[in-house]
Each structure stands twice: as C-alpha cells, then as structure tokens.
Design a protein around this ligand. Structure first.
Ligand code: ASP
Length: 497
C-alpha cells in the first residue's frame, strides 16, 4: 500500500496510470475511429465501397450497436469480479476488439459487419468497465490524487477519441494521395483502428507486467464451483430461450433486422428496471442505501435522455454533416466523418474550466441541479439544429458552424452530467452492489441509445425540423421538471453531495 502511495512517476500519479491511460486511449481511438466511418460504410452504395444498406436501417444499427457495447459491461464486470480478475479480463477484451476491427478490414461484406459487431460488443464489455475499475484500484481510499487521476484518465479517453476521426477517415479516403482513386476504401480505415488497438494491447501487456499490482490478477469475489455450475446452467437456459425465440420469429417470417433491434431495445430498457427492483427489495440494502437508490432513479432517467442526445452525434448529426453541410471552410476541405472529433475536442477544452469552476463555486448546484442543466443544454443543442432548416429550408447545404455550435452546447451538458454522474454513482451505491451500480451508469447510456435505435428512423431532411424540435423540447422540459425535484432528490441522497 505504501509503495502505491509513493509512486509519482507519471505526472505525480502512479506509473500504472500511464499504462491504463494509454490502453484506454488506444481502445477509444479504435472504437470512435471505426464509428466515424461505419455509418457511411453501411449505407454507401456498393459501387462507392459501401454495403448498400438502407440509410434508416444503418442509423438504427449504429444506435443499437452503441447500446450493446454498454449493455455487455454487465457481463464484463461480473467476469472480472468473479472469474478472471480485471487484468486478464481487460486483455482478453482488447484481443477480441482488435479482431473485431481486423474482420472489418477484410472485404467480406455483411457477414464481417455482424461478426465484428459481436467481437467488439463482447470485447468492450470485458475491457471498458474493468480498465476504469483498475484506475480506482491504483489509489488507497484516502489518496487525494484519486480525482485528478480519474480526470487524467478521462482526458486519455478523449484524446484517443479526438485523433481517430481525423486519421481513420483520412486512411479510408486514400491517405490524401487518392490512393484508391475517387472511391472510398473503408477497409483501410478499419485497419487503422485495428492497428491502434494493437498498440494499446502491446503497451498494456508490457506496462501491466511492470506497473500493475498482482492483486489485479485475481477476482475480488471468486466464484465457487457449485455457483459456477448454477450460473452456467442459467446462462444455457437463457441462450436456448433466445434461440427458440429467434426460431419462432423465423417461422413466422418475422426474423429481420428491425425486429431483432426491437428485441434488444426492450432488453436494454427492462434490464435496468429489473436491477433497480432487485436493489430496492434486497435485504442486503440498508434503509439509507434504499433511499439513495431511490434518489438514483431520476438521475438515471436524466442520464439516459442525455446520452440519447449525445450519442446521436455519431448518427443523426453525422447524417446532417454528410447531407446538409458545406464540407469546406474557404479552401480547407474536410469529410463528414471528421466532425466526430468535435465532441471529444470540446471535452478536452472545457474540462479545465469546469474543474476550476467546481473548485471555486461555493454555492454550486447539487448533482440533481447539475443534471437538470445538463438536460437543458442537451435539448438546446438539438433546438439549435432546427434553426438552419427554419431559416433556409431543408433542401440545400448550410455552414458547418451550426454543427460546431451544437456540439459545443451538448458538451457543456456533458460536463454537467458525465463526471458528476460517475462520481455520484459510486457514492450512492449500496455496499453490496457497488460494481452493479457502476454498470448501471453505463446502462443509462445503453438505454438512451436503445431508444435512439427506434427513433432515428424518423430522421430525414423532410423531418429534421420536427425531429430536432420535439426531442430537444422533451429534454428541456425534463430538465425543467427536474428543477422542481432537486430538493426531494437531495433529501433522498441522505448526505451524499
Ligand atoms: N464524449 C465521448 C466520451 O467521452 C467521446 C466521443 O463521443 O467521441 O467520452
């Protein structure tokens, strides 16, 4: 423990933070780089290097894919706690992710797309919750560097996420030398994502051996043989039930992408409801903890709505960039996919300001108050996007600054929701369910994107004004409603700030 506290080799932080920082930086590099071009890969015509899918189906797949990536965290957290320990779980996850990108880099069409989604969903579920968990494990309970350590880690996430939407589309576009003529070669882009994950894995493997504690090789709550058999039996029943359901759907002629997406949407909404009920009814949860779980429900709903809007940046705003935006400023030309860099870029710019603000502002709003504002900013970022259509009609192209402005506003909202939510989640967690609560945080994002998978179908140039106004309006209204609940929620939090 002593050694843990004395290690200040990485900007005053333990050297293990550098290993985890670069692992997550490269993993997010590969994920967001891939997503920046995936939408276009799916719906571009085959003659342009795409898969020729219907555009609305492609948008739906993007959202449900994003949802699954966070849904699978539940399994990854469990496997680490009970079977493999975080260090090994993260490594296995990274390998699956790398293969997911390699599969997409091969010209194998739809089969490769689905195989890649399966690999990356499984891999991210194993990697993402556990790499963050290990960051917490670098510090003893009262190490004052903990918050700063997490801020640096989040910076790493956004650094990777900001670079790849520039580099990956550049590779897909022929490296600036028209290597593939005027066509796109999406596979070259996906290869770059795979290479990024490879770098991440290498430095994780070698850095981990040197700088991560041996505790991380062990599960915290190892499962005994009997419980394992029980779980395996239950999982087998679940898998068989899913197969039977799919067979019945096929027999009724209902087995299609839209229905599978609908099924996943239902699971993504029911799962957190089920987990809330389990926690609220559990005998292991004390009275105060019970009240805190109740306080978490409105925060969870607000987070789901927020992430729904934020995550639609790689779907709805990406379509707006491609179809409705002038893709140059003067002689500087860029690709629609490059806009994905704005979200993480604004996070990096805004973070120092918010860190300063929270340290100075004595009477700052509570977590619930900040969430209310977060919803209002998210809603405003959508309302702004209705303006160009209202002013100039929805037929032509408009200035890229509309999108820049919209992302700037939603990222102010993200500063009010993401770091606050992460920290409040750990504080409101009942002791018996601490890792489950962490997964709950990601389930809010999963639920938001699942809802997106159903509503993005209604987005088109013909409906953009209504789409942005209605969803933006709902978010603003919920934000206002939450203001009235702030006192009540603060009371239920029972001393947590
Ligand atoms: N805002 C996302 C995440 O924090 C990054 C992205 O969408 O590129 O961190």
């Amino acid at each position: 423990m002593k050694e843990k506290n004395n290690d200040t080799a990485f900007f005053g932080q333990p050297k293990g933070l550098s290993t985890l920082f670069f692992t997550e930086m490269w993993e997010r590099f590969s994920y967001y780089g891939m997503r920046a071009i995936l939408l276009f890969y799916m719906y571009y015509a085959v003659s342009k290097g795409g898969l020729g899918m219907n555009q609305t189906t492609a948008a739906s797949v993007m959202s449900i894919y994003g949802s699954l990536v966070y849904l699978s965290n539940i399994v990854g957290g469990w496997l680490s706690d009970r079977v493999w320990g975080p260090r090994k779980t993260v490594f296995i996850g990274g390998v699956l992710i790398m293969f997911g990108h390699i599969v997409l880099s091969l010209p194998m069409g739809l089969i490769a797309l689905y195989a890649s989604i399966a690999l990356i969903v499984a891999g991210t579920g194993l990697l993402k919750p556990n790499v963050s968990d290990m960051v917490g494990g670098l510090y003893s309970e009262n190490d004052r560097r903990r918050d700063a350590g997490f801020s640096m880690f989040v910076f790493g996430i956004n650094l990777g996420s900001a670079i790849s939407p520039i580099l990956v589309p550049w590779a897909a576009n022929g490296f600036g030398i028209h290597m593939f003529g005027n066509e796109m070669n999406f596979h070259a882009g996906f290869s770059l994502a795979a290479i990024g994950m490879f770098f991440g894995l290498m430095q994780y493997y070698f850095g981990g051996k040197k700088y991560l504690s041996n505790d991380s090789l062990l599960p915290t709550d190892p499962i005994d043989h009997d419980s394992l058999i029980k779980i395996l039996k239950k999982s087998a029943v679940a898998v068989i039930a899913v197969i039977v359901l799919l067979v019945i759907m096929a027999a009724c002629g209902q087995l299609n992408i839209a229905n599978v997406i609908l099924l996943i949407t239902i699971v993504a909404i029911l799962l957190p409801i089920y987990l809330f009920v389990v926690m609220l009814r559990s005998k292991k949860v004390t009275k105060i903890e019970h009240s805190r779980v109740l306080a978490y429900i409105p925060l969870f709903i607000a987070a789901a709505v927020f992430w729904g809007i934020e995550e639609s940046g790689s779907v709805v705003l990406a379509l707006f960039a491609q179809e409705r935006t002038v893709l140059h400023i003067g002689s500087w030309h860029f690709a629609a996919a490059n806009f994905q860099t704005l979200n993480p870029l604004f996070i990096m710019i805004l973070t120092p300001f918010f860190v300063w603000l929270w340290s100075k502002w004595k009477k700052q709003p509570s977590a619930a108050g900040k969430f209310s504002w977060g919803l209002i900013f998210a809603g405003l970022s959508y309302v702004v996007m209705a303006v160009p259509g209202l002013l100039y009609g929805t037929a032509g192209r408009v200035s890229p600054f509309w999108l820049v402005g919209s992302w700037f506003i939603v990222e102010i909202g993200e500063m009010l929701i993401s770091p606050i939510g992460l920290s409040v989640t750990t504080k409101l967690a009942p002791a018996a369910y601490s890792s489950q609560m962490m997964s709950m945080w990601f389930l809010a994002d999963a639920a938001g994107q699942a809802i997106n998978s159903q509503i993005v179908k209604y987005f088109s140039t013909g409906t953009e004004i209504q789409y942005f106004l209605i969803i933006g309006g709902v978010s603003i209204l919920l934000g206002l409603l939450m203001f009235f609940l702030v006192k009540k929620i603060d009371g239920l939090m029972a001393g947590v700030h």
